[in-house]
Design a protein around this ligand. Structure first.
Ligand code: DHB
Length: 390
């Protein structure tokens, strides 16, 4: 039997769930499908920084009432280099801020709100393929929790299914997209300790990059630059603390038991196309940014805001005018975020072949940014998030 909905959404990550939420508020039904279990989605640790735009959307649409209670506002970050810390004051520079609120907490909020609204949200339902996207009755074929074939006919299909998207190929064809690889990765740890600093520390050191982030008053998230082929299990906890500490010269880290470690490989990617007929891709299905600067989830939210407006106009007003602008509007922001993430990465990391010239030039770049009000404002504007289109 073929089921019917207005929008079939593949992927119950931040992009898919928020889209379902925004469409529902406009009276548009959807079905959300994800191959993962609810437990997997709610417990996988991802990034932790939300732009002010993201927080405003979550708050104003009733998607998260915990962002202000469990999350906390940060009015700046520290850039650390040459043995000293240099604060970028977001409030002073641009009058905006960011929130430390882990992505899996956002997902818990969105799932709870969607289920409370009686939304059709199906876990453990892997999508095999999408078809007929150039007709006005696109289809999604999946395998349900009971092993039976699920076939959904919709007015529109959205691929919000992450970097290994199955919807992407239907949209981009064999063209794929634009790539950039990086010769390093991040070694991430979660530890039980109090925060080492009031705000996040991004550090450029002779031993390479480190980021001192937080999760809660009791749990901290830290990263240091490593080889992409690094085996996470070879280091003792003592070695990990020594490596982290060496990468934030002049600061003292609060240590505690490390209960999770992982190696995050990273790259930049932007799909050639985001839209074909009656199918679109958003979030990590459409683009990947290196993690420095925490743009990933915020960019997914911005894509979804733009797409939801276009779908409302198409499915309720019968006009495809905003849909025709979706790709250009979304790509303009995506490329700016690509540039910002690349810039933060290149300014803060050491490559194996970097010369003494490169190292000194990098320090001069960091001074150019931190010693000038215009430099600080440039970073602060991008980090806290450019305005969303009106
Ligand atoms: C975190 C990750 C980032 O990439 C970043 O720039 C800031 C914070 C985090 O996981 O906490």
């Amino acid at each position: 039997m073929t089921e019917r909905t207005r929008v079939a959404i593949v992927g119950a990550g931040p992009a898919g769930l928020l889209l379902a939420h925004l469409l529902d508020r406009a009276g548009i039904s959807s079905i959300v499908l994800d191959s993962r279990t609810r437990e997997e989605i709610e417990t996988t640790v991802r990034a932790g920084i939300l732009e002010q735009n993201t927080v405003e959307i979550l708050r104003e649409t009733g998607a998260s009432d915990r962002v202000d209670t469990v999350g906390s506002r940060h009015d700046g970050i520290e850039l650390r280099f040459d043995g000293a810390g240099h604060r970028i004051d977001f409030a002073e520079s641009v009058g905006r801020g960011v929130w430390l609120y882990p992505q899996h907490e956002v997902l818990k909020d969105l799932i709870a709100v969607r289920l409370a609204a009686g939304q059709d949200l199906r876990f453990s339902t892997p999508v095999a393929h999408v078809s007929d996207i150039e007709s006005d009755r696109p289809r999604v074929v999946a395998t349900g929790q009971d092993g039976r074939r699920v076939e959904i006919e919709a007015d529109f299909v959205v691929g919000a299914d992450g970097s290994r998207s199955v919807v992407r190929e239907a949209v981009t064809g064999s063209h794929g997209g634009f790539f950039r690889e990086y010769p390093f990765a991040w070694f991430g740890v979660l530890c039980e300790a109090p925060p080492s600093a009031h705000e996040l520390i991004y550090s450029n050191s002779p031993d390479g990059f480190a980021l001192i982030s937080q999760r809660s008053p009791e749990v901290q998230r830290m990263y240091f630059q490593c080889d992409p082929a690094q085996d996470p299990d070879v280091f003792s906890e003592r070695q990990l603390w020594d490596m982290l500490q060496a990468r934030v010269p002049g600061a003292t880290l609060h240590e505690g038991p490390i209960f999770q470690r992982d190696v995050l490989r990273f790259r930049s990617f932007v799909a050639h196309r985001l839209l074909k007929g009656r199918a679109a891709i958003v979030g990590d299905a459409a683009h990947t940014v290196p993690p420095t600067g925490a743009k990933g989830m915020n960019l997914a939210v911005a894509d979804v805001v733009v797409l939801s407006r276009a779908l409302e106009q198409l499915l309720q007003g019968g006009s495809a005018e905003l849909l025709a602008q979706f790709e250009d509007t979304a790509l303009a922001r995506i490329w700016k975020a690509q540039h910002f993430s690349w810039w933060m990465t290149s300014m803060l990391h050491r490559t194996a072949d970097a010369s003494e010239f490169d190292a000194r030039r990098q320090l001069a770049e960091l001074r150019t940014v931190t010693e000038s009000a215009a430099g600080r404002a440039y970073l602060a504007e991008a980090y806290t998030g450019w305005p969303l289109p009106a």
